[in-house]
Design a protein. Structure first.
Length: 365
């Protein structure tokens, strides 16, 4: 293949940033040190914050993400039409700061936090949470809010709730040593910690917040499924990368994946050309088009195959009768006028510059 001169410093920075994006900070630090990349801390710091919040989301703690979303409300896509956004803050302890309306991502966080509150505190706690946080979204998210309110009807106690109630009753009846222990836990009283480390771990686990209620087996069960939490985690990564001016997918990973798909047909093409005494490396452009799939289409930018210029409103892409596409300036240069007939540079079909169709590429999300 043709040797291509690359900016090694830029390539090293892309590789280091890929490691930081993936949360492999130790590997990234070692690579940055060996590649002598300057200002590594500034490159790494945003990803450290991102992964700290991401770790908390996957631990089912949304407070750091809510604080992050509130502090970046003016930069995230808004929940357009939201009103009354001077509501309570992420912790529900005071007025929401800032002049910007909350974002659509912030609503996703509040919706999942509402469900968490519902399963831990029941209907009363969930209603209080909804009153404090859903008002700013009443115009744009009312359908979603109404569905969340439907969860209140289907909520039911978990088996551990029944077991805890039975143990409390047994303790009240003087049910022996086990009953005394249950009452001590229910009353949140201090008790001596066992010296055994495994027992200590069991006590710590018992003191963690338990889900007293559940939506399992109801039409709303998927709202708190593991995939719902992972969707929020992925959406946070997407928003955080966007604020950093980065694509959601790692540029290095995308480049490697695209190269892996393109390499087999390129090798086959090089072999065929070699048998015909041709060298692929001498080609200014590939003699065939490589189809990589829609997942590798990112921007609606057309580059003219003749001039290599990007299409602009003043130099739009135009469709020839043979279905080849060139930029208008290239067509006028080849035709030397709008009324003269010219041949397509890629096939023998004739065309006229005043009889072509302008192309409009829709935005690609």
């Amino acid at each position: 293949m043709r040797d291509i001169d690359m900016d090694q410093a830029t390539l090293n920075k892309v590789i280091a940033e890929h490691f930081f994006r993936e949360g492999r900070f130790e590997v990234g630090d070692i690579f940055a040190q060996e590649a002598q990349i300057p200002d590594v801390h500034d490159l790494k710091a945003p990803y450290i914050e991102m992964h700290k919040i991401l770790e908390q989301i996957r631990a089912h703690n949304l407070e750091p993400a809510l604080q992050w979303a509130a502090s970046h409300a003016g930069q995230l896509p808004e929940s357009s039409g939201s009103v009354g956004y001077r509501g309570l803050g992420s912790a529900g302890k005071g007025p929401r700061k800032g002049p910007h309306p909350p974002s659509a991502f912030e609503f996703k966080l509040h919706a999942l936090n509402f469900l968490t509150t519902l399963t831990q505190q029941g209907q009363e706690g969930a209603l209080a949470y909804a009153k404090n946080h859903f008002a700013p979204f009443q115009r744009t998210k009312m359908k979603e809010i109404m569905r969340l309110m439907g969860c209140l009807v289907y909520l039911r106690p978990t088996s551990s709730t029944h077991q805890g109630s039975a143990e409390s009753v047994a303790a009240a009846d003087g049910g022996g040593e086990g009953g005394a222990t249950a009452m001590a836990i229910d009353d949140d009283q201090e008790r001596p910690q066992p010296e055994n480390s495994i027992a200590n771990g069991a006590v710590k686990q018992a003191k963690q917040p338990l889900l007293l209620f559940t939506l399992a087996g109801t039409p709303y069960a998927e709202l708190m499924s593991p995939s719902a939490w992972e969707d929020v985690a992925q959406e946070f990564m997407r928003q955080a990368c966007s604020l950093m001016g980065q694509a959601y997918e790692s540029p290095l990973a995308v480049s490697v994946a695209a190269g892996a798909l393109a390499l087999p047909p390129l090798l086959k093409l090089a072999s065929v050309m070699e048998r015909n005494a041709q060298d692929l490396r001498s080609c200014e452009q590939l003699p065939v088009e490589l189809e990589l799939g829609d997942e590798f289409v990112f921007h609606p930018i057309f580059a003219c195959p003749v001039s290599k210029d990007h299409a602009t409103p003043d130099n739009p892409p135009v469709l020839l009768p043979c279905n080849h596409v060139l930029c208008e300036h290239s067509v006028l240069k080849i035709a030397k006028g709008r009324t003269r007939t010219f041949k397509c540079p890629y096939c023998p079909m004739d065309a006229r510059a005043d009889n072509l169709r302008a192309l409009i590429f829709p935005d690609v999300d």
